[in-house]
Write a new protein. Structure first.
Length: 128
C-alpha cells in the first residue's frame, strides 16, 4: 500500500502488539477497522497472530494491480472523508472504517482518548 500523503510504499510495523501500515518517509499511519480500538484498549495480538495477519495483508496487497488515488487503500469502495476531531484531521473510510493519520496524530489521539472517549465519536461518524 502506498502512503496517502507522499505515495511512498508503506511498511508493516507493530505498535503495541497491533500491526499497522506506516510510511517510512512522512510517518503517516493507516489503521484498518478495529485497530484504533485495539490500540486504545491495549488489546494487541500475539506474535504468531501478527505474523499471520501480515502475510494475509501482503498477499491481498500483491493481488491488487493498481490503486485508485483518493480512494480507501483497503476496500477501494469510497473516497476518504476528512473528519476533524480535537484539532486533528483524520481521513476516514465510511465503508470499511479504515483511518489515515499523519505523523504524530495517532499518539495525540491515544492521549486524548483517555480524556474524551474519541473512539465512540469516530464510530458514530463511520456508521453515520
Amino acid at each position: 500500500m502506498n502512503c496517502l500523503r507522499c505515495h511512498t510504499q508503506m511498511r508493516k510495523v507493530v505498535k503495541d502488539h497491533v500491526l499497522v501500515d506506516q510510511c517510512p518517509d512522512c510517518g503517516g499511519i493507516w489503521l484498518d477497522a478495529g485497530e484504533l480500538a485495539m490500540l486504545e484498549q491495549g488489546a494487541g495480538l500475539e506474535q504468531a497472530e501478527i505474523m499471520q495477519q501480515a502475510r494475509r495483508e501482503l498477499l491481498k496487497e500483491a493481488e491488487r494491480l493498481v490503486s485508485v488515488v483518493g480512494f480507501c487503500p483497503t476496500c477501494e469502495q469510497e473516497k476518504l472523508h476528512p473528519v476533524k476531531k480535537r484539532g486533528v484531521e483524520l481521513d476516514v473510510c465510511r465503508h470499511c472504517g479504515g483511518l489515515f493519520l499523519d505523523a504524530g496524530e495517532l499518539e495525540q489521539m491515544l492521549e486524548g482518548e483517555q480524556k474524551q472517549g474519541f473512539f465512540a465519536s469516530v464510530l458514530v461518524l463511520i456508521r453515520g
